[in-house]
Write a protein that binds this ligand. Structure first.
Ligand code: NAP
Length: 401
């Protein structure tokens, strides 16, 4: 066997040279869809070669995100079948939508990055030829936009990942390698949720209600609100998370002390309202009597009724996900009479990623690294995330050193 036919040694950054034919990867297959701990398995797979505008990155660190819990479950989207219907030949999924690593090989048309460059990867992958983009449209809303490492293959849970060159950013030297791989997806998403949707953008003195304040999106949202002088009120479910988000500058509601059912059954309407009022009273106590004009939503089904109940008239519930379920309830009467806005928000633009980088460089925002795990533990840690048992903040995986 020639030496290139063997994958690089596990845990060791591949030495510069010709692209190896095979690599180690954490792979999901359709027949294993289900509990992430079993859906992810270490396998040897071929290394993809970069096309003209693509870059092959040797991964040093990968970041944990919720999207690959969905990928492992095969629900609500069977990402492998979806891609194969669109013409992909691989019958497997290599996930991972955050990465920090070293440029290993570049396509002919790539001019801005070279082998040896230290980079981080944005998950926003789009086609440069997309007519919407060619006509001047925002790539972050283009029809060809895909979440790299979720909707596309060759993510960061492998020795090499494959990206379009416009997904790359120079690695911030103020961060260590673990931190570099965990902030971009959640942080830039939070920037868009809080600063993009005019006129509901966060300002000095403004209270903002943030679900999952100790989580990936939430811990970044807390810091962004704080950095512009707003008042973040973070919801968490434990004392440990309360301590963390208080240290980031948030006021805190422990939702286990103010339980509110997710659905407002008509027969239980009065019971629901009594519990929701107790939660809202606590919120008003923390904000000095002002309802939040922005509510950062991502749990979805279990929390949207309460988010709406707590949102100020003319305010915005901004939602990037439905972790607890996608089919949520809105009270049409108070939604209309309160002139409330429900705003979908998906990842970020190049400018918003640059805003995030500037905030990090100025020391206004920092990734909160909750844990660092090995390449082999990727499936088990996604299993913990599914059960909401993973550590607060962001989690990095060591792929190579
Ligand atoms: N569209 C996009 O561009 C985009 C980008 C980033 C993330 N997302 C999505 O956003 C969601 C959150 O991501 P993440 O990285 O922040 O995940 P995470 O780190 O797991 O944080 C989620 C938080 O949600 C809270 N939570 C869980 N169950 C809850 C419930 N029943 N009621 C209230 N809160 C609950 C938990 O906080 P407590 O238990 O402490 O309350 C947890 O810390 C995921 O679905 C992810 O896929 C979307």
């Amino acid at each position: 066997m020639n030496s290139l036919a063997k994958p690089p040694a596990l845990g060791v950054l591949p030495a510069p040279g010709p692209v190896p034919e095979r690599m180690h990867a954490q792979v999901i297959r359709r027949e294993r869809y289900g509990d992430p701990a079993a859906a992810f398995q270490m396998e040897e797979v071929p290394v993809p070669l970069p096309g003209p505008d693509e870059v092959l990155v040797a991964v040093k660190r990968a970041g944990l995100n919720y999207n690959n819990v969905w990928a492992a479950l095969g629900h609500p989207v069977d990402v492998i079948s979806m891609r194969m219907k669109q013409g992909a030949s691989e019958d497997f999924h290599i996930g991972g939508s955050d990465a920090a690593g070293i440029v290993y090989a570049t396509g002919d048309r790539v001019k801005d990055f070279h082998p040896g460059d230290e980079v981080v990867v944005s998950p926003a992958r789009w086609d440069a030829e997309d007519p919407y983009i060619q006509a001047g449209g925002d790539p972050s809303m283009a029809p060809s936009l895909r979440a790299w490492g979720y909707e596309t293959n060759w993510g960061s849970f492998a020795q090499f990942c494959l990206v379009k060159s416009w997904q790359l950013y120079p690695r911030l030297q103020s961060l260590n390698w673990d931190q570099s791989a965990v902030y971009l997806l959640c942080g830039a998403t939070a920037v868009r949720m809080l600063l993009h949707w005019s006129p509901n953008t966060v300002e000095s003195g403004m209270p903002v209600l943030i679900w999952g304040g100790a989580g990936g999106v939430g811990s970044m949202a807390v810091q962004i609100v704080r950095s512009v002088g707003g008042l973040p009120v973070a919801v968490v479910n434990s004392q440990e998370k309360r301590t963390l988000v208080e240290s980031l500058g948030a006021k805190v509601i422990n939702r286990s002390e103010f339980p509110v059912p997710g659905l407002r059954e008509v027969a239980e309407e009065r019971g629901w309202t009594v519990k929701a009022e107790a939660f809202r009273e606590e919120l008003l106590r923390l904000t000095g009597g002002i309802l939040p004009e922005i509510v950062v939503e991502h749990p979805g089904q279990n929390t949207i009724p309460l988010s709406q109940f707590c949102c100020a008239p003319g305010g915005m519930i901004v939602i990037c996900a439905g972790t607890t379920g996608y089919m949520a309830q809105l009270n049409g009467y108070s939604f209309g009479s309160g002139s409330q806005r429900l705003q979908g928000s998906h990842f970020a633009s190049r400018e918003e990623i640059e805003t995030l980088h500037q905030m990090i460089e100025e020391g206004r925002v920092a990734p909160h690294l909750g844990a660092v795990h090995s390449f082999e533990e990727i499936g088990a840690v996604h299993g913990k995330m599914r059960r909401n048992e993973h550590p607060p903040g962001n989690t990095a995986f060591i792929i190579a050193d």
